[in-house]
Design a binder for this molecule. Sequence first.
Ligand SMILES: C[S@@+](CC[C@H](N)C(=O)[O-])C[C@H]1O[C@@H](n2cnc3c(N)ncnc32)[C@H](O)[C@@H]1O
Length: 450
Amino acid sequence: MVNRVSNLESTEVARDSQSHLEFIGDIDPTTVIPDGSSILIVSKDQSYLTHGIHKFPAKFFPELPRYLIRRFSNERDTVLDPMCGSGTAVLEAVLNNRRGVGIDVDAIAQLLTKVKTTPVCPSLLKNVVSSLSTSIQSIDKDGEFDGIIPEFNYRDSWFRPFVLKELAMLKKCIDEVPRLYADMERDLLFDIRDFLRVVLSSIIRDVSNADSHCTRTVLRKRIIKKIAPGDTISRFLTTLSKQVAAMNELWEVYSSSARWDVQLPKSTAIHTGLDSESIDLAVTSPPYINAVDYPRTHQLEMYWLDLLDEDGPLANVKRRYIGTEAVYKTDYQGLRVTNLETLDPILARIFETDPRRSYIVYKFFDDMEAQLTETMRVLKPGGHYCIAIGSNLIRGVLVKSHEILTEIATERTGFQLDRVFFSKLIRHFIRIPRKERMLGEWVIVLEKPR
Ligand SMILES: C[S@@+](CC[C@H](N)C(=O)[O-])C[C@H]1O[C@@H](n2cnc3c(N)ncnc32)[C@H](O)[C@@H]1O
């Protein structure tokens, strides 16, 4: 695969870089990536084991966290990803004999991370899946239907009527699993049900009328998908058999691993609830300012999986996210001043044309300062914090997030800068305006002083 680096980033890299390294697949952990250099990873492992179970915006290539974990921690150490998304770094931590701790505010992210890191015994899975497949295949798609099609805004624009019915039939069969196997251990049943729910979720965007390649859930007049009656059910069954094979492989690795220790606290990146000095290494990729609206990205999946809670409208859910665009008008009446050299000129320039967006940028870095403070608290002295983050173009102003985060980390929260390098990653499942696209990200490696 060939990576195209935007002019914006290539100019930056050409100016800043001392060297360029390319890796096909794994990066040997003894490799020293020099400060200021750039790397290109041609990933081989995006679907390795359960890594490929579900799309997720701005997902890590497994090779990057794998390298950082092997380089900056030891076996049996505890590795935290405080904004773990689909759980790539958490899975890599356990696969490399570390204890993996993953936190995310997003309900889909929590479910994906749990399923990706929870091996299920193949014989039990086979039993459940074969009787589930039998009951799905015996569904009379044209007959009477007693399942429940969830109610949500514009539902009938997002899905054709026969797709709604087939999804509801699949959902009903999956929801019945715990009742049908009442003699099986409860936790195990729920692990299997969650796995099936993730498989269902993974096909929802494709069978909807929404653009499958856009992070936001949007309808486009020019995109008319060819979905025939029966396609939703057959797509589910095909995907299921592929993911069962992946889960069986995960089980094999799990069975031969010395330990498998995953912790997924229901907390946030700013208030992790973790003990002070309990983490050996933190690795994360924070949300992009202005680029991905996570609740909106996964709104159809959340409706079908009953994951929208009593917080009600999406706007309330959105406020929990770092990088949220759901802000109050009263917040952006005046220009915010941070006394950060790298940030204040940017806030002022954006404020001239768009006070709201200037505040969104301010709030992102304010939240990230709180997040860095929290990571500093939970890290052991000498522990590292690796953050992968891209630059953004906001209202024509280049926001070099890595420079701003480095200033915050070193001047405000007490981290020492170990190194920064540029990783030219190929972004999948990200379609944002060309000018604002980030085709690579900076990896900041910080160290908590001993
Ligand atoms: C770029 S994604 C991480 C992707 C991840 N590296 C992967 O491989 O899938 C950023 C994540 O930060 C999460 N996030 C945003 N605000 C958060 C918060 N306050 N606490 C925890 N997670 C948060 C988002 O829900 C999103 O999943």
